[in-house]
Write a protein that binds this ligand. Structure first.
Ligand code: TMP
Ligand code: ASP
Length: 242
């Protein structure tokens, strides 16, 4: 890793987080590892860490410019970014513009159904329990987030949609759905974690071709190639292949 860092603080399924000499800053390292189905299916995909690190930096920068506060500070290496240390809310916020995935399985609605206004859902971040769907009242009852935090998470999640849906549309990509995670920082709620094709669904606007982690979930192949295509269409600068 190209940035001086300290102890490993957290190892997730696709990223590792390290301490730095600044107590407020963490090093977020995007590994090549990929997982699906709550960690049941795993693989290492060459270049994925680098591609996702750069897509994330691009998206987080665009979101910050549009007034969505995020933990992202700057790129510091091919697979590394510097971020602010957050106290994470253990809840996953999902926004859906088109029905797919668990929504289709849960409610039997047709995949591809357009959702307007977009649908906002919460899930508990807990692989052992398979990330069960929860309501804001569950989050309140069990102290996972305050009413003010939940209100802000919803507002920011929908603001992200207002920024990213047209951004992807201009790149010929339909932003079908995505998952966000938030954390607390100095009394404020900031967007944390990542925004990459690992945590959203992206369909080619013309052909409907999957350009996201569903390629891995469904063994469609060309996973990283699809992520690189997303980067290319968005105008994300990727280091040359090496
Ligand atoms: P779902 O259809 O499985 O509920 O997922 C909705 C979107 O959120 C999809 O783009 C994948 C993303 N997501 C994650 O990346 N991780 C998760 O743990 C969950 C629940 C969803
Ligand atoms: N929850 C993510 C997915 O379904 C990652 C994982 O479960 O391992 O793809």
């Amino acid at each position: 890793m190209s940035y001086p860092h300290g102890a490993e603080l957290y190892r997730g399924k696709a990223k590792t987080v390290y301490a730095t000499d600044d107590a407020d800053l963490l090093l977020m390292h995007f590994r090549d590892d990929t997982s699906a189905f709550d960690g049941e299916k795993k693989a290492a995909l060459q270049r994925k860490g680098m591609v996702n690190n750069h897509i994330n930096a691009f998206i987080m920068t665009r979101l910050a410019q549009a007034g969505v506060p995020t933990h992202f500070v700057r790129l510091v290496g091919p697979q590394d970014s510097l971020v602010r240390r957050l106290d994470m809310v253990p809840v996953e916020c999902v926004v859906r513009n088109v029905a797919a995935g668990s929504l289709v399985r849960r409610l039997g609605v047709t995949e591809g159904l357009v959702l307007d206004p977009p649908l906002y859902e919460l899930f508990l971040k807990n692989d052992a329990l398979h990330d069960p769907m929860i309501s804001e009242d569950h989050a309140l009852a069990f102290g996972w987030a305050s009413a003010a935090e939940l209100k802000r998470m919803r507002e920011l999640s929908l603001k992200v949609n207002a920024v990213l849906k047209p951004l992807f549309e201009a790149a010929g990509i339909t932003l079908v759905d995505y998952k966000l995670e938030f954390g607390r920082h100095g009394g404020e709620v900031l967007l944390g974690d990542e925004f990459t094709p690992d945590g959203c669904r992206l369909w080619d606007a013309g052909s409907g071709e999957r350009l996201d982690k569903d390629r891995f979930r469904r063994d469609l192949g060309g996973v990283v190639e699809a992520y690189e295509e997303v980067a290319r269409r968005l105008g994300v600068d990727l280091p040359a292949a090496g």
